[in-house]
Design a protein. Sequence first.
Length: 402
Amino acid sequence: MDAYLFDALRTPRGRGKAEVGSLSGLTPLWLARTVLRALAARNQLDTALVDDVVLGCVTQTGEQGGCIARTAVLDAGWAQTVPAFTQTRFCASGLEAVNLAAAKVASGSGERLVVAGGVESMSRVPMGSDGGAWLLDERAIRELAFVPQGISADLIATREGFTREMLDAWALRSHQKAAQAQQEGRFARSLVPVHDERGQLRLAHDENVRADASLEALATLRPSFQKMGEAGLDARALTRYPDVPRIEHRHHAGNSSAIVDGAAVLLVGSAEGGRAAGLRPRARIRALASVGSEPTIMLTGPTPAVQKALQRAGMQPGDVDLWEINEAFACVPLQTMRALGIDPERVNVNGGGIALGHPLGATGAMLMGTVLDELERRKLATACVTLCVGGGMGTATIIERV
């Protein structure tokens, strides 16, 4: 049974800094509630028809703990018969939610409509505040050669020969593409302005994009991970990569993904489920895949994940019209494009995580909505969304417009 995408909505991405970002005064529950209510309203959806809701959320503690998906369903005023669960595949959680929803529909288990998405308030629930063995278990850290992702990104850049200038050029492109997309209203179809409890508008646009970004300004930024690397983390990473004489630290705040807040949802379902709700499908989910990859270098997972998804779809990289490769760091799209032979003109055509931001658990769902809108705008057929994942994983999904 095929699984289809019927709609996609998201909040703007607000800067993920307390008292600075426009969404930082609103709880993650409020953000999730906002998009759920908007999805139901726009589609005149009888929410009792929804068989499940799955949300990605990476840092599941504090305000984001306690199965925020179920709480959001109730807070949004949806039918209490709608169950929900929260899951994490780190940075790919939002896309994994879409894949889980598609799998539930396609399995023939009787679920006809499933809502998928994600939420992350990085200003209120800082990354890493949930702890975990990766941060706290010294034996596991030592034996598994765990290092922060920034060290992994610089290791990739060193091994691939990506210079600081190449990384900065991609970062500038991200801001330029995102600024152009904002100016032309390309995000408007899926964007849900966020209001507070008093009805006052808090944010109606992605807040991190810098239309005035320049290579000169990027060149002034200091490498973000050099000090921690020199403190022993480089040496740990190089135990797995002894062929590398030393790690060159080339990533910084300007060519790495921005920390932001946001939420997104998509309506996934069968053809029968769509008919029951009076909806027409916009795209078919053609293939999906997740893989494990080497955990120290960590960020190379998109390539094998895409290869696995392409094989399942019976496609080649050149058959894909548009790509969304999450810009966790500038090296990630550069490495993935090189490995798969992808035309850069098809990649992140409306900017990426460097300019727009990477709200962890929500990003994959946001990318899926963005590329769906862009396929329709350009009247193209196929797209692939992929993200690198902490701990050495990758996730990819291929869709086809209908």
